[in-house]
Design a protein. Sequence first.
Length: 142
Amino acid sequence: MGSTSGHDWDLWFTGYAADGQREDPGPLAARYGPSFLAASPAGTGTFPNDAAFLEWLRQIRAGNLSAGLESMRVAATRELPLGAAFALVTVTWEARFRATGDRSVPFEISYLMTTAPEPKVVAYVSHEDQVDAMRRAGVSPA
């Protein structure tokens, strides 16, 4: 989808997904600002981008691997510009797990992004509880 901020969000979030599959969480953490807000139906919190965040990312990756995650891809992005320095980017993700075969588990997350000097996540909101979505699809979350 086109971007009024000049960023190719499909490409940026494809890189984000690839970084999330790496054993080293550093490249994924580098896509976040120095602190950020995370929100889902399960709760909200603010977090510094520090050593504890790196460990949390390692745990997320381990849980995804344990649940049988095979691929994560960007199905679509939608951008809402918020002035010259920010954009709200909603990503429709499609996750595939061993248990789902060729069937994807879709979910949406909206990301508040800085757009200059380079894109960084400053907040995200999961539209639904991803663990519930996985269970409904027949995936046993770790």
